[in-house]
Design a protein around this ligand. Structure first.
Ligand SMILES: *Cc1c(COP(=O)(O)O)cnc(C)c1O
Length: 399
C-alpha cells in the first residue's frame, strides 16, 4: 500500500476527492473495497505482536478495516478532527458517543429539540442505566447554565434542530460546558460539515448520520464519531471494539464516493433551499417560513456567525392544519413523501404525524411542531421545476 493521500494545506474540495486514499500496489484509480471480515498474519509471532499493539496492521473488521479507515481519514480532514470511528448508522454514532463516556450517577444535559431517536437515547435509555438527564430549551443560554449540576459530564445538542430549524449558540454552550468540566457533543447532520464546523467553535465531539447528505443519494446507512485522538483513545476505543457498531466496508466505499461530490451537492441544494424559502415567505397560504438563511429567522444573526449557509432544509407552517398539510403533500408531483433528508431527490415530511408522532401533544406544542408544519429537504432537481411543483400543490391544497 502507498502512503495515504491528502494534505492539511489543501482546500476541502481537494481532500474530499483525494484525502485518505490508500492505493494498493495495483495502482487502482478508485478507492479499493476491502470486503473482508478478517486478516491473515505472516506468522504466529506477527499475530501476537498485532494483538499487543506492537505491530501496525488490521486484526478484524469490527476493530478496523482499510476501506472504512479511508472514510474515517477523509472525514477527519474535512472536519479538522484528529481521529474518528465510522459506525453502521447515525444512531450507532450517537449512542456510542454518549454511552461510551457516561456512567451510573453521571448527568447529561441536552437540548429538548432533537431527532426522535436521539431524544430516546438521552431521555429514556441513559436514565435506565442510572444516568440522570435534564432537557432544556437549546436556544436559552440561561436555561443551560441553570441546569448544570456537579455531576454533569456531557452536553448534547443538534443545530439547526429537526424540524423547526432553531439554532443553538455553539461557542457559548461549549464555553459553559468547559467551565463546568463537561464535554459538548454536537449532532451536525442538519448543517453538514460544509456549512458548520463545531470543533472550531469549541465542541469536543461531532457526530453524523452519514445516511443523510454524506451519502446524499439514498443508498446506505452510516455514521461517524469525530474527536481528538485523546478522547477517542480514552472513551470510545474499547467501547467501540467490544460493542461492535462498526460500518460495513461496502457502505464505507459508497460513502467515500459520496464525499467526492459533497461540496457540489451542498452548494446547489443550499442555493435551491434559499430560493424556495424566499418564494414561500411571500406565499399567501404560508403562515411562517423557518430557514436560518432567511432574514426573518429569529436567530438570523447567529446563523450568519456560525454557519456558512442556511442548510438544505426549509420548514414552513401552512395557513391551515393537518388536512391542508396532507392535501399539499398528496398533490406534489416531483417531491416525494419521505422522512429521509439530504438526498438528491427532494423530500417532504409532516413531522407531527411521522418523525415526531411519539412526542406528547404538550412536547410538540413546546417545540412548535404544529399540525400545519411541513419539513422540506431540497434535492438536486431544477429549482424552477420544484417551485412550480410547490406552487401548484399549495393551490390545490387551498382550493
Ligand atoms: C437521521 C438522523 C439521525 C440518525 O441517523 P440514522 O443514520 O438514521 O441512524 C440522527 N440525528 C439526526 C439529526 C438525523 O437527522
Amino acid at each position: 500500500m502507498s502512503e495515504k493521500q491528502g494534505q492539511s494545506s489543501w482546500q476541502p474540495e481537494t481532500n474530499l476527492v483525494h484525502g485518505g486514499t490508500w492505493r494498493s500496489s495495483l495502482g487502482e484509480t478508485s478507492e479499493a473495497l476491502f470486503l473482508t471480515q478478517g486478516f491473515v498474519y505472516d506468522s504466529a509471532e506477527s499475530a501476537e505482536a498485532r494483538f499487543k499493539s506492537e505491530e501496525e496492521g488490521f486484526i478484524y473488521s469490527r476493530y478496523g478495516n482499510p476501506t472504512v479507515q479511508m472514510f474515517e481519514q477523509r472525514m477527519c480532514m474535512l472536519e479538522g478532527a484528529e481521529d474518528a470511528r465510522a459506525t453502521a448508522s447515525g444512531m450507532a454514532a450517537v449512542s456510542s458517543a454518549i454511552g461510551c463516556q457516561l456512567q451510573q450517577g453521571d448527568h447529561i444535559l441536552s437540548a429538548k429539540a432533537l431527532f426522535g431517536s436521539c431524544r430516546f437515547i438521552v431521555e429514556k435509555l441513559m436514565p435506565s442505566y442510572g444516568v440522570e438527564c435534564t432537557l432544556v430549551d437549546g436556544k436559552d443560554l440561561a436555561a443551560w447554565k441553570a441546569a448544570i449540576r456537579p455531576n454533569t459530564k456531557v452536553f448534547f445538542l443538534e443545530t439547526p434542530t429537526n424540524p423547526t430549524m432553531e439554532l443553538c449558540d455553539l461557542e457559548a454552550i461549549a464555553d459553559l460546558a468547559h467551565e463546568s468540566g463537561a464535554r459538548l457533543v454536537v449532532d451536525n447532520v442538519f448543517a453538514t460539515p460544509m456549512l458548520q464546523r463545531p470543533l472550531e467553535l469549541g465542541a469536543d465531539v461531532v457526530v453524523y448520520s452519514a445516511t443523510k447528505h454524506i451519502d446524499g443519494q439514498g443508498r446506505c446507512l452510516g455514521g461517524i464519531v469525530l474527536s481528538s485522538k485523546e478522547w477517542i483513545d480514552e472513551n470510545l476505543h474499547d467501547y467501540f471494539r467490544h460493542t461492535g457498531p462498526s460500518l460495513s466496508p461496502f457502505n464505507a466505499w459508497v460513502l467515500l464516493k459520496g464525499l467526492e461530490t459533497l461540496p457540489l451537492r451542498i452548494r446547489q441544494q443550499t442555493e435551491t433551499a434559499t430560493r424556495i424559502a424566499n418564494f414561500l415567505s411571500e406565499h399567501k397560504s404560508v403562515r411562517r417560513v423557518i430557514y436560518p438563511g432567511h432574514p426573518s429567522h429569529p436567530q438570523y444573526e447567529l446563523a450568519t456567525r456560525q454557519m456558512k449557509g442556511g442548510s438544505t432544509l426549509v420548514s414552513f407552517e401552512l395557513d391551515g392544519g393537518k388536512s391542508e398539510a396532507f392535501a399539499f403533500e398528496n398533490a406534489l408531483g416531483i417531491i416525494g413523501i419521505s422522512n429521509n433528508l439530504g438526498d438528491a431527490k427532494s423530500l417532504v415530511t409532516h413531522p407531527a404525524t411521522t418523525t415526531h408522532k411519539n412526542l406528547s401533544q404538550k412536547d410538540r406544542d413546546e417545540l412548535g411542531i404544529s399540525a400545519g408544519l411541513i419539513r422540506l429537504s431540497l434535492g438536486l432537481e431544477n429549482s424552477d421545476d420544484l417551485m412550480i411543483d410547490i406552487d401548484q400543490s399549495l393551490a390545490k391544497a387551498f382550493a
